[in-house]
Write a protein that binds this ligand. Structure first.
Ligand code: NAP
Length: 310
């Protein structure tokens, strides 16, 4: 009998309980799954960093923590966590959500939709948008989500450059990596999409100097993490016209404080961290598969590199 603790915001249990049981049953596992178990019996913790559980010390026979979120910055540095940490990858719902959100917001700016949607004076201004082939897009972060978004944008005809820490080979994408690659990735980009994790090495990756590499009037789209962009540098770039519009889903402080300049700026779109949510039915399958692998002596999938921070 394995003991699995569900430790996430309390409201999520109702969404997850049945689908987790279905997914665990499908692997033929014998288990006890609950939101409250004596710490010393727990083998696995299905976890979200907004759980009240922050001290893993009492979980003396813990084998792994399975994070329900793709981002792990809120747990990766937890020194009481001594066992492997896996994150959410290959949740088809999460990936599809991100691809749809990114594609929608890229197309909004590419097609200049706002001019038709908000046209109070009913101005007949037949400005034909360019084709996607004329609009270079750069994606910072070519992991699970960056690659899926790149594939969708390549499919629509956009020339796509992708940037990562290590070399990547992604069909149809010009792949660049490391610090020198960042300059080539950003230079002349008309749209930049940020899908990097929040780590000490990625914070403020989009600063004033790098915003200056973009094509004048570029669009910045950030569904990654708030700390990737220097807020003041972005506001200055918006005011100078170097950036035409920023669509931001994630912020240094969430919810975004009511007095933050992003709310008031006419060329910033704020979305409330909704780009891509973990979907219980598909996420349960990912978690159950990892528990099955662990119980059958196979290596865990989607392990976090604690030193790299993602
Ligand atoms: P992932 O698979 O870990 O991919 C991360 C990518 O970033 C990889 O390509 C990695 O390079 C690159 N990277 C990391 N550190 C770097 C550095 N110092 N320099 C250059 N590249 C670096 O992550 P994912 O699943 O695609 O998710 C990406 C992020 O999206 C998450 O961390 C999370 O913050 C965010 N997210 C947001 C939402 C939302 O609703 N807004 C939902 C889910 C996820 P390598 O390829 O070389 O490893």
């Amino acid at each position: 009998m394995i003991h699995i603790l569900f430790a996430a915001a309390e409201a999520l249990w109702v969404d997850y309980e049945a689908v987790l049981r279905d997914a665990l049953d499908a692997h033929g596992l014998t288990y006890m799954l609950d939101t409250d178990l004596p710490p010393e019996v727990v083998d696995y913790i299905i976890y979200a960093p907004n759980s009240p559980l922050q001290d893993f010390t009492p979980y003396t026979r813990l084998k792994a923590v399975l994070n329900l979120w793709a981002g792990v910055e809120a747990v990766v540095g937890n020194e009481t966590l001594k066992v492997p940490l896996a994150r959410m990858v290959d949740d088809e719902g999460l990936t599809a959500g991100m691809v749809q959100w990114v594609t929608g917001h890229v197309l909004r700016h590419h097609l200049g939709m706002d001019a038709q949607i908000v046209n109070p004076d009913h101005v007949w201004q037949p400005k034909v948008p360019p084709l996607t082939t004329e609009r270079p897009v750069t994606i910072l972060g070519m992991g699970a989500l960056g690659q899926a978004c790149a594939a969708a944008l390549v499919g629509l005809g956009f020339p796509v450059r992708g940037w990562s820490r290590s070399p990547r080979d992604v069909p149809g994408v010009t792949c660049l990596h490391g610090k020198p690659g960042l300059i080539d990735a950003l230079r002349g980009a008309e749209v930049v999409v940020l899908l990097l994790p929040d780590t000490p090495a990625t914070q403020n990756v989009l600063d004033a100097k790098r915003l200056g590499l973009l094509s004048p009037g570029a669009f910045v789209i950030n569904p990654g993490r708030g700390a990737l962009i220097e807020d003041q540098a972005l506001l200055a770039a918006l005011d100078s016209g170097q950036v035409a519009h920023a669509t931001l889903d994630v912020f240094r402080v969430e919810p975004l404080p009511a007095d933050h300049a992003f709310w008031a700026h006419p060329r910033v779109t704020v979305t409330p961290h909704i780009a891509a949510d973990t979907r219980p039915a598909s996420a349960a399958k990912v978690v159950a598969e990892n528990i099955h692998r662990s119980e059958t002596g196979q290596p865990l999938l989607h392990l976090v590199d604690r030193a790299a921070g993602y």
